[in-house]
Design a protein around this ligand. Structure first.
Ligand SMILES: [Zn+2]
Ligand SMILES: [Zn+2]
Length: 413
């Protein structure tokens, strides 16, 4: 038996309604904030990711599906900000009129160690907004996400925010942080010793050195005037939008092109276990240039659809109404076909019985299919121009003129 690739899974029809609901809600909500969908290829030149995500990251070093094709290294996209930025530059979208606001929905690929809720093919919904230096747009993205979660019935989350400063204030802050780490060096764990040189901002991730961390300088106290003004504007916009948020100094990103605003939505219900982050995002004012584009600022986020679906409230999925037309003899079959097409014109899901099957077998099939209502057109019905409608739950039957079937079921739906 041929099985799906390790860490990849089928999304079966019974799960699809939730996926469609999430995707439709995203489209609905994002479009009202003037974001438009963009679809970029799954395969991109490997260089796109090594330059944007960073050569020395786990994603690029170990997790990408990469192969050679006609002397070019290609990779299956592990995320989609890089692809959207490439598309923007290549199609000169920044020269078009209107807002450069995009969203995407699609599969991403990372060869990670498979574990609960983590897949090697996973799905992301993301947004990128270009050319708006903020800080109002930064807050508006959070507002849009709050609306998105509200529409999905998810309210157990908190919004964590931070500023990463910029190229002028962040290096000064890092020096200060290193000095504090050096002063506390004797008591810091081994991981933190390593972080000191490699990625000092990550020191705040440490679980064991909480006491020392509390006295370390935080970046939001060390911003330059311009970054401070941006952060204040971001905070005051959130306040005007009545969106509660918590400043988290540990909310950092490694690469230089990330600037200023960064944010995360974290689930506070236990549905997600320890992997409780719903989404992360932030400002990347240097990225377009890193990929040879013009000077153009940007901000965005990506959320994992698999995790979001785990966080959806347990509303009982009501089985959708499903209709079935059973029929007898040629005349009944012909009328069944006409009736079914007329109902489909109105968006009603309806199956027509197999003409090779007797009426009893058709009823059996209707039952197996979960049909809530069966229409019967036999010789008598055909002669009188009526349809017998049988409610499969109660067993009740009624006779309705063919032309009034739609009105009848609408009334009872
Ligand atoms: Zn700054
Ligand atoms: Zn530590």
């Amino acid at each position: 038996m041929i099985k799906a690739v390790r860490g990849m899974k089928d999304i079966l029809p019974e799960e699809i309604p939730l996926w469609q609901k999430v995707e439709e809600t995203a489209r609905d909500v994002f479009e009202t904030y003037l974001y438009h969908e963009i679809r970029t290829p799954i395969l991109e030149p490997t260089e796109l990711f090594s330059r944007s995500i960073g050569e020395a990251t786990d994603i690029v070093e170990k997790e990408m599906y990469t192969f050679e094709d006609s002397h070019q290294q290609l990779s299956m996209r592990p995320e989609n900000t890089a692809g959207v930025v490439r598309a923007l530059i290549e199609n000169r979208l920044q020269d078009l009129r209107g807002s450069q606001r995009y969203y995407y929905i699609g599969p991403m690929f990372r060869r990670e160690r498979p574990q609960k809720g983590r897949f090697r093919q996973f799905h992301q919904i993301g947004v990128e907004a270009f050319g708006d230096a903020g800080p109002y747009v930064d807050a508006e993205i959070i507002q849009m996400l709050a609306r998105f979660f509200r529409r999905l019935g998810i309210d157990a989350y908190e919004v964590r925010i931070n500023s990463l400063g910029c190229r002028s204030c962040r290096p000064l802050y890092i020096e200060k942080l290193r000095a504090a780490m050096d002063a506390a060096s004797a008591t810091l764990c081994e991981d933190c010793q390593r972080r000191r040189d490699k990625n000092p901002l990550r020191v705040f991730d440490c679980k064991t050195d909480q006491e020392q961390l509390a006295s370390f300088p935080v970046i939001t106290d060390n911003l330059c005037a311009a970054c401070q003004e941006h952060f204040d504007g971001f905070l005051s916009s959130l306040k005007k939008m009545a969106i509660p948020s918590i400043v988290y100094p540990s909310l950092v990103r490694g690469l230089d092109y990330y600037t200023r605003t960064t944010f995360e939505f974290v689930s506070t219900s236990d549905a997600l276990g320890s992997q409780n982050s719903l989404l992360g995002g932030g400002r990347y004012d240097g990225l377009v240039q890193v990929l040879d584009g013009p000077v153009l600022c940007g901000i965005g986020f990506a959320l994992g659809v698999e995790r979001l679906i785990m966080a959806l409230p347990d509303v009982l999925q009501e089985a959708p109404l499903c209709y079935y037309v059973a029929h007898i003899e040629n005349e009944g079959f012909a009328r069944a076909l006409t009736l079914a097409e007329r109902l489909r014109d109105h968006g009603v899901a309806v199956a027509v019985g197999n003409p090779l099957k007797a009426i009893k077998a058709q009823f059996k099939e209707a039952d197996k299919m979960g049909a809530t209502t069966v229409f019967v057109i036999g010789p008598d019905e055909a002669k009188q121009g009526v349809v017998t409608i049988k409610d499969m739950k109660t067993g009740e039957q009624r006779s309705v003129p063919e032309s009034e079937v739609m009105a009848d079921i609408t009334e009872r739906a």
